[in-house]
Design a binder for this molecule. Structure first.
Ligand code: NAP
Length: 291
């Protein structure tokens, strides 16, 4: 196998380098190597390496900034993903790409399935949906995995923000009316390696949801982080005493976010045998691993 990874400095991209390294030769590229605003650079990188598999973890992920930069987000998450899919098809490489729960508006009661109709509430969601459509239009061998609420030790994420704020402030106001399933990015990369190692994914081409077991709100996630840090890492001095639950409209932000980010993961379990552990179990592993 010759695996080409895009987005090597990102949360998932970083982990992918480790998860994929046992499968064959791996080349990882970051934004300084290939800028997704330059379609020709993407084509050249793929032609030069002639991969058997491409994993795209590069994306414009600043949800609020995308509201004022939708053209840039659409180029990186949409048009360039189309270029990637075209090139993958030409060199007969299998493509794994990530999308998001933000393609949904969150109004459903219960978890979204792959057949539910997308209706993004914000520019980021629209740009990611565009990427999905380009891949589907090109029609090569591809797996699109929709993930949600990613976190880990690296990069910018809610978990790291809470760790920092919990050491700085006594009171934190956290949104409690959005539900989702916090997902360790290492589980995304390990599951991706499982997908790649399933050599015959031709007839499995399509969109898949992948979330851990269980669900919570942002405030529930924060409570669990602080509770587990106190148990597992008692040397970490947390100042935080009060977690005030607030509604989304009390925390104004440029982009609207779905109230319900829950996604049903039965399809990926049936097709690839992938079942992520409960989010609380993963959180304990991540906390155990922090310095
Ligand atoms: N984070 C979440 O909660 C979440 C939720 C649902 C879905 N997803 C999806 O999951 C995937 C992985 O997300 P993540 O959290 O790992 O993302 P991330 O940590 O924000 O990493 C994204 C990577 O994309 C790269 N990138 C940005 N602009 C680029 C450009 N113009 N050219 C080339 N590379 C560029 C960045 O490079 P630099 O580091 O050099 O800027 C960064 O390494 C993405 O498809 C994302 O949309 C994420």
């Amino acid at each position: 196998m010759r695996i080409l990874i895009f987005g090597k400095q990102g949360q998932v991209g970083w982990e992918l380098q480790r998860s994929c390294s046992v499968l064959g030769m791996v080349k990882s590229l970051g934004s300084q190597d290939v800028n997704f605003l330059d379609g020709k650079a993407i084509s050249q990188a793929i032609r030069d390496y002639q991969p058997t598999h491409i994993v795209n973890a590069a994306a414009y992920t600043d949800v609020d900034k995308a509201e004022t930069e939708e053209n840039i987000a659409s180029q990186i998450n949409g048009v360039s993903v189309g270029v990637l899919a075209e090139e993958a098809k030409v060199c007969r490489a299998k493509l794994v790409h990530y999308s998001t729960d933000y393609v949904f508006d969150g109004s459903k009661d219960g978890a979204y399935t792959e057949v539910d109709a997308p209706a993004p509430l914000n520019a980021y969601g629209r740009s990611k949906l565009l990427g999905e459509k380009y891949i589907q239009d090109v029609g090569g061998e591809s797996i699109i995995i929709r993930v949600t609420w990613l976190y880990g030790k690296r990069g910018k994420n809610f978990f790291k923000t809470m760790l920092r704020l919990g050491q700085e402030k006594e009171e934190l106001r956290i949104v409690s009316d959005q539900v989702g399933a916090p997902t360790w990015c290492r589980h995304v990369s390990d599951a991706t390696a499982r997908v790649i190692s399933d050599l015959d994914f031709g007839d499995k081409t399509g969109v898949y949801h992948m979330t851990p077991q269980g669900s919570t709100s942002w405030s529930g996630f924060a409570e669990e982080i602080f509770g587990e840090v106190r148990k597992i890492k008692p040397s970490t001095v947390l100042k935080v005493k009060d977690l005030v639950k607030i509604r989304s409209d009390e925390y104004p932000s440029p982009a609207r976010r779905p109230r319900n980010s829950l996604m049903e993961s039965r399809k990926i379990e049936a097709q690839f045998g992938i079942k992520l552990p409960h989010w609380q179990e993963s959180l304990r592993m991540v906390i155990d691993d922090i310095d």
